[in-house]
Design a binder for this molecule. Structure first.
Ligand SMILES: CC(C)(COP(=O)(O)OP(=O)(O)OC[C@H]1O[C@@H](n2cnc3c(N)ncnc32)[C@H](O)[C@@H]1OP(=O)(O)O)[C@@H](O)C(=O)NCCC(=O)NCCS
Length: 249
């Protein structure tokens, strides 16, 4: 699937859209220290403290860059200056903008981050690097719906199919905001059509998936992404930016 609209611009205020922005956090395009410092200074004290608690530089860098990009994008959506945006957490830990104005969700995986924003619809996004994960069979047998396991067996445990199902399941769970509280085997995804995952079951009842819309995409040629939300159907604008500072302009 093609990523559309790589330009920045004001979000469409008259027709609701879902804007999904992917960007690289392992960028070698600019000097890493200055990138880190420019992102770090946009964070509030709590976020800086969280960044400083990371033991390893890679996840610290990923968090700082992603949070700065999130602030930049949300500033454009809400009109609130990036450094003064305040976040709250739901009981299950899903962050949201305390002053309201829009919904968002974030994912990061191996040097790439993804941020989904929408004015009125709760949404979930997930991103995974497509890789030859040796534990995928065990993970699927532990966490996936029996029908998904059958589909994976049929595919010969194809990594692309595995991550298409994984990201779709995670996107649904992240839209719900329940975290690990939701049984992953109660989310059944049919990933037969590339980029068009279908939610077949949510919860114990096969009818519990009504009105959910999922869309998948390949980002940077290396990562699989998925967005999930409850209808009505909205236009989805996918954008790929070079680095987090492109989200802040
Ligand atoms: C938080 C959770 C929802 C996603 O975590 P993850 O896939 O490891 O990480 P991602 O990079 O995709 O997402 C992390 C972001 O999700 C957001 N998030 C945190 N809690 C969330 C929740 N309950 N719901 C939605 N989003 C949440 C945060 O913005 C976080 O980024 P931040 O900490 O930098 O702000 C995860 O802990 C979880 O509960 N997953 C359940 C699914 C599972 O176990 N699947 C197994 C294989 S299918």
């Amino acid at each position: 699937m093609e990523c559309g609209n790589k330009e920045m611009g004001a979000p469409n205020q008259t027709h609701e859209v879902i804007e999904i922005t992917g960007f690289i956090t392992r960028s070698e395009a600019i000097e890493p220290d200055s990138l880190y410092k420019n992102c770090y200074k946009l964070l509030n004290e709590e976020e800086k403290a969280r960044a400083n608690r990371f033991l390893h530089p890679k996840p610290r860098r990923e968090f700082v860059q992603t949070r700065a990009a999130l602030r930049g994008l949300l500033a454009r959506w809400t009109g609130i200056p990036a450094p003064t945006i305040e976040f709250s957490l739901t009981a299950a830990g899903k962050p949201f903008v305390a002053m309201g104005g829009c919904h968002f969700n974030v994912s990061h995986s191996h040097g790439v981050s993804l941020i989904g924003i929408c004015k009125n619809q709760a949404l979930g996004v997930d991103l995974e690097e497509i890789r030859d994960l040796p534990s995928r069979e065990g993970l699927a047998r532990r966490w996936f719906h029996p029908q998904e396991v059958i589909a994976l067996e049929t595919s010969g445990w194809d990594p692309h199919t595995f991550f298409a199902i994984w990201t779709a399941k995670e996107a649904v769970v992240k839209a719900l905001g329940t975290g690990l509280g939701f049984g992953m085997d109660e989310v059944w995804i049919d990933a037969k059509l590339p980029g068009k995952p279908l939610l077949c079951q949510l919860g114990k009842s096969p009818n519990g998936h009504f009105n959910w819309i999922l869309q998948g995409n390949v980002l940077q040629g290396t990562h699989l992404a998925c967005v999930a939300y409850q209808g009505p159907q909205l236009p989805i604008v996918w954008r790929e930016l070079g680095n987090p500072l492109d989200c802040i302009k």
